[in-house]
Design a protein. Structure first.
Ligand code: ATP
Length: 303
């Protein structure tokens, strides 16, 4: 390995990608640490799959760079892909195969495939070995895709929208347990999702993407610690949302407003007082509120 263990497992630097008029990735710089769970959050079309395709070397960096395990995935695909268990967004499993054939076929590509573990997962997922892929439900298809991504115990488990097609119980009881187990074994999970509460439950580190850009990245603990929801009261209602340094979003009307803010609370408090307001309640902001505030702030800067 030409990368030390402390180096990020995935590193993108200034990565941009244009499809026609569409800037799908705009200067994305991310470091994904080893042995942890990294959640990539963003709405449909934010650029998550495009980023994942660069990690897999399916797309070549137009500008900027991508390193995975210290390698360029386009020029060194074997060094990279042999260590990644990948679940694609569309699953794309061969529809004509039976489940047992899919397992035998996939096993042939991976020397480290663990047949006993594959069988254990097949049982746990309730997949009939004789069932044809094309006859599986969406959820069963997702489980089959997850099984073949997991059964060779890859160093990196890369899941693109793994929840899609899974019912909430399976998400919580199976998917989230698997993700945690992989990380507890010292391996790395990188998954994308538009479900913020899911990412909040399972990720150690996150990146929020909006319109091709990373609008926030860090450990979940730091992000939650540094963002607050304040309820503001104004004796004389302001005509519009007053600008307050450190406030990412301010919604409301009349005397009551809700602010999502970032950084030093005392600085925000002083700013609130300067515009004639008073903080009457405060709490930790949810990831959802943080995302909406960050994405809104980014959209406003672009207008
Ligand atoms: P979703 O969850 O809906 O897949 P996403 O965050 O994964 O969303 P991407 O699939 O990366 O988003 O797409 C980002 C943007 O780039 C979208 O506007 C999409 O339409 C566009 N895009 C992606 N791939 C292509 C392509 N091959 N040709 C043209 N446009 C593309």
């Amino acid at each position: 390995m030409n990368a030390s263990d402390n180096s990020p497992l995935i590193e993108t630097s200034g990565l941009s990608r244009q499809f026609g008029q569409k800037l799908a990735l705009n200067n994305v710089s991310l470091k994904i640490p080893r042995g942890r769970v990294f959640g990539l959050v963003g709405e449909n079309g934010a650029g998550k799959t495009t980023l994942i395709k660069h990690v897999l070397g399916l797309l070549r960096a137009e500008s900027g760079s991508v390193r995975v395990f210290g390698f360029d995935p386009v020029t060194d695909p074997v060094a990279v892909l042999s260590r990644i268990g990948y679940l694609s967004e569309n699953r794309d499993l061969p529809p004509w195969m039976r489940v047992d054939e899919l397992l035998r076929y996939t096993q042939a590509f991976y020397p480290k495939w663990d047949p006993a573990f594959a069988e254990e997962l097949r049982n746990q997922f309730g997949l009939d070995p004789a069932a044809k892929i094309k006859n599986l439900s969406r959820g069963e298809n997702a489980k089959a895709g997850l099984l073949i991504a997991l059964a060779f115990r890859p160093e990196l488990l890369l899941l693109d929208e793994p929840s899609s097609g899974l019912d909430p119980m399976v998400r919580r009881d199976i998917l989230e347990a698997i993700i945690r187990t992989v990380a507890d074994e010292g391996r790395t999970v990188f998954f994308s999702s538009h479900l913020l509460e899911e990412v909040e439950r399972v990720a150690d580190d996150i990146a929020m993407m909006f319109a091709g850009e990373v609008v926030l990245t860090g450990t979940l603990d730091d992000i939650k610690e540094n963002h607050h929801r304040l309820i503001l009261h104004f004796e004389s209602p302001p005509a519009g949302a007053p600008g307050i340094p450190g406030v990412l979003s301010l919604t409301g009307s009349g005397r009551e407003w809700t602010a999502i803010c970032n950084g030093s609370r005392s600085a925000v408090m002083a700013g609130v007082a300067r515009v004639g307001g008073q903080v009457v309640a405060e709490d930790t902001a949810s990831l959802d509120e943080i995302f909406v505030a960050r994405a809104g702030a980014k959209a406003a800067r672009k207008e």
